[in-house]
Structure formats: structure tokens, C-alpha cells
Write a protein that binds this ligand. Structure first.
Ligand SMILES: *[C@@H]1O[C@H](CO)[C@@H](O)[C@H](O)[C@H]1NC(C)=O
Ligand SMILES: *[C@@H]1O[C@H](CO)[C@@H](O)[C@H](O)[C@H]1NC(C)=O
Ligand SMILES: *[C@@H]1O[C@H](CO)[C@@H](O)[C@H](O)[C@H]1NC(C)=O
Ligand SMILES: *[C@@H]1O[C@H](CO)[C@@H](O)[C@H](O)[C@H]1NC(C)=O
Length: 465
């Protein structure tokens, strides 16, 4: 019903004003009928635009004044960008779950609501298992647009001259969605500058971008250890999740035992994927209200917390190899600049996964709350900073920009999803752009240790624990 209602309004508005962009006002008022009310809670299945809503109006919008170097002399000399792949199809495992829910709704749900009838008579199950996590067209655009925005944000680093001169390096995980994202990022730049006479290489490097697969201790103790996620399992059996599944069953008028937590997850994915891939507010979204979505988000955050973040020390330590790689690039640029040479690698673009970014963000100390996320503290965690919806949408990115501010004064600016952030525990009252030396002092222990081989071996000698 409301969908039809809105179509009517839109048609009238369009006729009256003769413009087609009537949704703009709705965006400003925070209510756009094309955006599900629960879109802010999709965790790692969320759209990048939900994190930066100004992009809904102008996907190429950039505000350079967010960068506030302490002096006008400051010049960017290097940037490393670690970027998650763009929007993708569901994995075959999730497609199976979605198919199961769809069959149930088609065969057993009853009721006259228009959204339910729409699912039963108009919506078709178009997801197939062979889609298996591939990048979608929206994901191609995520990276093309990000590339253009970053070139506007850092025009002296991400420039045609630097690209043609080989000063921009591309590294990617071997997964097709990452390789395609890398190609898309490059295409964003070559199309921007109409470069047709030259192609630019990228290197595939899973040791760096998929370190989690190669860290034996992480694989054995966390990834392949079902008991590592016991808090997640307990939460899924707990009262908050039970209420969500019962409300879904009520909306569909099916027995409570028909809706498992897997089914609730599948319904949430259907809403999220229809939105992320096709930008539609699908009838599946009607199975949740905001309270339900917050519970679903918590279940996902809980999983990421225990599997990739603060839950176990090895989760973040598995990224030691990427951590050292990052600082060695920064050091190289710093010393080249200092010794009067040209910086040979002005920009490094590294494309990976949510599972690449989260352990590194954790190692650096970002989004750490005073209490761990557990199965029983949902109520006291409503103000937590650990929110994957905010941290890890598609095309999420961590960018570290090294500045020379004259007289050997080097500074490092971290940006998460194009917004300046401050290194946790490192407070410089003046600016979010601390001295590079202070950053290195802050992470001294990790810079001197955090050895991937040592951390990832299965049995550490007592002395090294
Ligand atoms: C750009 O960012 C600055 C600093 O954060 C802010 O004051 C200003 O309003 C922003 N401008 C626009 C157009 O968003
Ligand atoms: C991704 O890359 C593969 C292989 O290069 C190609 O067949 C496919 O069409 C690409 N997909 C997208 C969305 O670009
Ligand atoms: C749904 O519940 C009914 C009645 O308890 C049962 O017969 C049916 O097998 C259930 N279907 C699913 C898919 O769980
Ligand atoms: C080092 O960086 C500063 C700031 O961009 C620049 O003025 C200087 O020329 C650089 N030095 C060299 C040798 O490139």
C-alpha cells in the first residue's frame, strides 16, 4: 500500500514542478521512500552512501576543507589507501538461505498486506548460487567514483602525471571481486583523464591482502574453531533474537518454529542486497522495524568482534604483515623526501576485504569500547563505537596520508571512509594530523615486534607470549 501511495505522490510532484529530482528534498529531511528505514544497520552489507549521506545527492562530492594541515606549507608526499571491494552479490551459502525463506513465504505466508502480496506474486528469486560473491555493477561504480573523489581530495598525489609516471602502485587480493574493484578504480582514473594509450599494472598479493588465510594460529584457533563464536551462538538463541524471529513469523502469519535465526538473517540479507545492488526499498524490508534491525546489526557486530577484532588477540595480530608493510611504505617515502630524492611511490592502492581492514583497524586501536561485546550485554552496548555498519560498508577505506610541513616536519593524517579520524590514545590538541614521529612512538611496541611468523605459529614458546 505505501509503495503505491508514494508512487502517486511522486507522479503528482513531478507533474506540478516539472522536475525529476523530487527525492532531493526527502534526502534533506532524512526521509526518502527509496531508502529502507533500516539501511543504517546492514553491517558489512551496507551501502557506502549511508556512511556519507552527502554522496546521495552528488556521488563525486568532495570537501577539501576537511583536511586541515597545521600550516599552509604542508604538502602531501605519500598516501596508502587500503580499500574493501565494492558492492557484490551474495555468496552461494547465503543464496541458499534466501531461497529457503522465499519458498516458505511463497507457500505458507498469508495476509493481505500489499508488500506480502508483492513478494508472493511479483517478486522473483533472481539470486543464483553461481553469483557467488561477484562484484556487481554498483560495485564497479563504487570504486570508479571513489577514485575520482580521491583524485579531487589529493590532486597533487592522485594525478595524471603521477599515474603515467608509474608513481601510483596497485595491489589486490586474488578474489575476483577485488581484482575487478582494482580494475574499476583504475578505470575511474583513466576515464577521468581520458587515457587510452596506456595500461597500468596491478600486483596480486594474498600474503598482504588475505593474511588471515595464511595465519595458521588464526585459522585453527578462531576461523575453524566453532567454539570461538560461542557468544554469537548464544545471542542467536537469546531473548532479543527470539523476539525478532517471532515478530517476523507474526508478520507472515506462520508458526513461530518456522522462522529460525538463519531465516531472519536471510530476510535481512534480502532487504540489504536488493537495496545495495538495485537501490530499491524492497518488500522484504517490511519484515523488520528499526528495533529488529538493531538486534540484527548487533548479531553481525558480535560476529565480527569475535572473529576479526578485539575478541581474540590473534585476530588483530594476523594483520602484522600489513601493518609493517604500511609503515615501511611511509618510512620509504619519508626518507626519500628527506634525502632529496623524488618519492618513488606517491600512492599505494591496496584492495582487499572487510576481513583485511578490520584486523588492521583493531591492531591500530580504533573503535575499542571499554567492555567486550557479549551475548548478554546488548542493552548496555547501544552506545558502542564498534559498529560495522559505520566502519565497513562496501568500498570502506582507510587512507594514511603523509605530509611534509617544511623543515623535516612530517605529519600523518588517517582517514576512514574519507573522514579524518584520530589515532586512539594519541592526542595532539592542535590537529588530527600528528607528527609522524609521534605516531611511530605511539606504536613502537608493534613496530618493534608484531612479527607475522611468530604470532601465527600454532605453539608460541612461553617466552614470546
Ligand atoms: C566542508 O568541511 C568544513 C570543515 O569540516 C565544514 O565547515 C564545511 O561546512 C563543509 N562544507 C560543505 C559544503 O559541506
Ligand atoms: C570481473 O572480471 C571478470 C574477469 O576479468 C569479468 O569476466 C567480469 O565481467 C567482471 N565483472 C565486472 C562486474 O566487471
Ligand atoms: C512450518 O511449520 C509447520 C507446522 O509446524 C510444519 O509442518 C512445516 O514443516 C514448517 N516448515 C518449515 C519450512 O519449517
Ligand atoms: C619533499 O616534500 C616537499 C613537500 O612536497 C617538497 O617541497 C620537496 O621538494 C620534497 N623533496 C624532494 C626532494 O622531492
Amino acid at each position: 500500500m505505501p509503495i503505491v501511495f508514494w508512487k502517486t505522490i511522486v507522479v503528482h510532484f513531478t507533474i506540478l514542478t516539472g522536475v525529476c529530482c523530487c527525492f532531493r528534498n526527502d534526502v534533506n529531511h532524512g526521509w526518502n521512500p527509496n531508502i529502507p528505514a533500516i539501511a543504517k544497520y546492514f553491517s558489512t552489507k551496507g551501502r557506502y552512501e549511508e556512511v556519507n549521506p552527502y554522496l546521495i545527492e552528488d556521488i563525486l562530492a568532495v570537501n577539501r576543507s576537511i583536511l586541515q594541515p597545521p600550516s599552509a606549507q604542508c604538502r602531501e608526499i605519500h598516501a596508502t589507501a587500503i580499500i574493501r571491494h565494492g558492492t557484490r552479490y551474495p555468496t552461494s551459502k547465503n543464496v541458499k538461505k534466501m531461497q529457503k525463506l522465499y519458498e516458505l513465504v511463497k507457500s505458507r505466508a498469508s495476509g493481505q498486506e500489499s508488500w506480502l502480496r508483492e513478494i508472493q506474486t511479483q517478486w522473483t528469486m533472481w539470486y543464483t548460487e553461481d553469483m557467488d560473491g561477484r562484484l556487481v555493477q554498483k560495485g564497479v561504480n563504487d570504486h570508479k567514483h571513489l577514485a575520482v573523489r580521491l583524485s579531487k581530495l589529493f590532486p597533487s598525489l592522485i594525478s595524471e602525471e603521477k599515474l603515467r609516471g608509474g608513481f601510483i602502485k596497485f595491489i589486490t587480493s586474488s578474489k575476483h571481486r577485488c581484482v575487478n574493484s582494482t580494475l574499476s578504480f583504475k578505470a575511474g582514473l583513466t576515464e577521468l583523464w581520458a587515457i587510452t594509450d596506456k595500461e597500468f599494472d596491478h600486483a596480486v598479493n594474498d600474503a598482504l591482502m588475505r593474511f588471515f588465510d595464511q595465519c595458521t594460529r588464526f585459522v585453527q584457533e578462531v576461523d575453524n574453531n566453532p567454539s570461538a563464536l560461542s557468544e554469537v551462538d548464544k545471542f542467536k538463541q537469546g531473548p532479543e533474537m527470539k523476539r525478532v524471529t517471532e515478530k517476523i513469523a507474526d508478520r507472515l502469519r506462520v508458526p513461530y518454529n518456522n522462522i529460525t535465526d538463519d531465516m531472519a538473517e536471510a530476510a535481512f540479507y534480502l532487504c540489504a542486497y536488493e537495496f545495495a545492488i538495485k537501490t530499491v526499498n524492497s518488500p522484504w524490508c517490511r519484515l523488520f522495524d528499526v528495533v529488529d534491525a538493531q538486534v540484527m546489526e548487533y548479531a553481525n557486530d558480535l560476529k565480527q568482534f569475535w572473529k576479526r577484532a578485539y575478541g581474540y588477540d590473534i585476530n588483530s595480530k594476523s594483520s602484522c604483515i600489513l601493518f609493517h608493510d604500511l609503515f615501511s611504505r611511509l618510512n620509504k617515502a619519508a626518507s626519500e623526501n628527506k634525502s632529496g630524492q623524488k618519492v618513488t611511490e606517491a600512492v599505494t592502492v591496496q584492495v582487499g576485504h572487510a576481513e583485511t581492514l578490520l584486523p588492521l583497524l583493531t591492531l591500530l586501536g580504533f573503535f575499542k569500547d571499554s567492555d567486550a561485546l557479549t551475548s548478554t550485554n546488548y542493552d548496555t552496548q547501544t552506545q558502542r563505537s564498534f559498529r560495522t555498519s559505520y566502519m565497513l560498508p562496501y568500498a570502506a577505506n582507510l587512507i594514511l596520508v603523509l605530509y611534509d610541513c617544511g623543515g623535516g616536519d612530517l605529519r600523518l593524517q588517517p582517514l576512514l571512509n574519507e573522514k579524518p579520524v584520530t589515532f586512539p590514545g594519541l592526542t595532539d590538541q592542535q590537529t588530527s594530523m600528528p607528527l609522524y614521529q609521534d605516531v611511530k612512538d605511539h606504536y613502537r611496541e608493534l613496530l618493534q615486534g608484531c612479527d607475522f611468523e611468530t604470532e601465527c605459529q600454532l605453539f608460541k614458546s612461553p617466552a614470546s607470549i
